[in-house]
Structure formats: structure tokens, C-alpha cells
Design a protein around this ligand. Sequence first.
Ligand SMILES: C[S@@+](CC[C@H](N)C(=O)[O-])C[C@H]1O[C@@H](n2cnc3c(N)ncnc32)[C@H](O)[C@@H]1O
Length: 236
Amino acid sequence: MTITLTPDERRRYKTHGRKKGFLKPKDETHLKECLPALTLTGGVDRQQLLSAFGGVTESTRLWLEIGFGNGDFLAHLAALHPEDRFVGIDVFLEGVSALLRRLERQGSDNVRVVVDNANVVLMERIPPDSLDRVVINFPDPWRKKRHHKRRLIQPPFLDLLAERMRRDGLLSLATDWGEYSDWMLEHLQAHPAFENCMDGGGFAPQPDEWIETRFQSKGQKAGRPARHLLFRKVEG
Ligand SMILES: C[S@@+](CC[C@H](N)C(=O)[O-])C[C@H]1O[C@@H](n2cnc3c(N)ncnc32)[C@H](O)[C@@H]1O
């Protein structure tokens, strides 16, 4: 079941950080024109959710990327898997605009987006047992200890994500912030709904379908190589 939050409940999921960036007037107009048709409305179950896309079959996989930034990775996956369907969530409008233009250029019609906090979108628009693949690349690390509570990867978020994923669904994460990668590993290993795909636990190799994102190259140049994690949803 999806949940409709009250305005007070929504305020609890305050999103920190940049939202608009530098959006040129022509990009703002383009967004106003194109975003409504590409915004995911949600559904009571996976089937209804997928009906927002055309040409869905039994074997269609539903992917979610949380915090897609400028959309390079999401557009890359959408082109690589035209038979699959993709949902992207972000609050950064400049990035949403870049993603929509990229999708237009490559002619992909298998992506829908929601511009909102990921917790709220998961609760309100993604029904349980819906997601086959979830990608979270370089989520904000919130480096200072007093800001750790703002991190996306937290036990209640993992509970919600697990509930929205299908059994055997895969969750892949990447970060260039060593201490956050340890935090992710620790929280995921401790979660009963997730199992590390790596024999013996630990970090995963870079996925085969990988392309370097803007945040990855910045980290790399600053001497912070990316670490990857791959977990399978096993319970529920
Ligand atoms: C550090 S950037 C990484 C962007 C991209 N994944 C990449 O690798 O280049 C983190 C992204 O997550 C988005 N973000 C942060 N918190 C979010 C939240 N609670 N819900 C949705 N998006 C969020 C930000 O707007 C930003 O675009």
C-alpha cells in the first residue's frame, strides 16, 4: 500500500541542499512544458505503476535511481536497456532539465521522473514489491558527524526501500567518501532484508554497465576512488 502524507508529515522529510541551481529561462520553460507528461503519478500496485509506460511485458524490469544528479547514468541505463522501465528521483531542477534534454536527444521514452524527496516518493508513489533494480550513486555524504542524521542511508529508509523492492531485486550503491562507504556497508549488512552479493561480504567491483559520473571524477581527482556495494533483497 502507498501512503499519502499530511503536510506536517511531509515537512519531516525536509530535503537539504541545492534544489534549483542555475536554471536558464529557456530550461525553465522547457521543464514546465515537458515535466508534467514525464512525471510518475504512482499506482496501487506494480502493474498500475508500470501502466504509466507503454509496451510493458511480463519480463519488463523496473529500475529506480535515487539522486540522479544531471542524469548521465540514468540516461545511459535507459539507452542500454530499452526493454526496461526507469524511474528517477531528484530534487535538483537543473539536473532534471539536463536529464530530460538528454532523453530527448537519445530518443528514450522509458524514463519517468519525480522531483521530490526520495523518502516521500517511495511512500506516496511506489507500491510495495515493485522495484527490480535500485541505484544510488554518490549520495550526499554529510561529512560532519552532527549532520550524519541527514544521510539518505539510514535504517528507516532501508526498511522502506526493502518493502518497495521485489524479492531478489538488486540494490547498487557507490560513494567516494570512505567513512560513508563503511557506514553503508555496516547498515546494509545489519539489515535482515538485504544480503551482500559478494561472497564473504565487503565491497563490490565496479559494475559492468558503469560510466563515470561527474561526482565520481571530482572524487577521483581529489584522491577519493569510488567504492561500490551490491546487495540483494532477500526477505519479505
Ligand atoms: C552528490 S549528488 C550525486 C549525483 C549523481 N548520482 C552522480 O553520481 O553524479 C547527490 C544527488 O542526490 C540528490 N538528493 C539528495 N538528497 C535527496 C533526497 N532526499 N531525495 C532526492 N534526491 C536527493 C541531490 O539533489 C543530488 O542531485
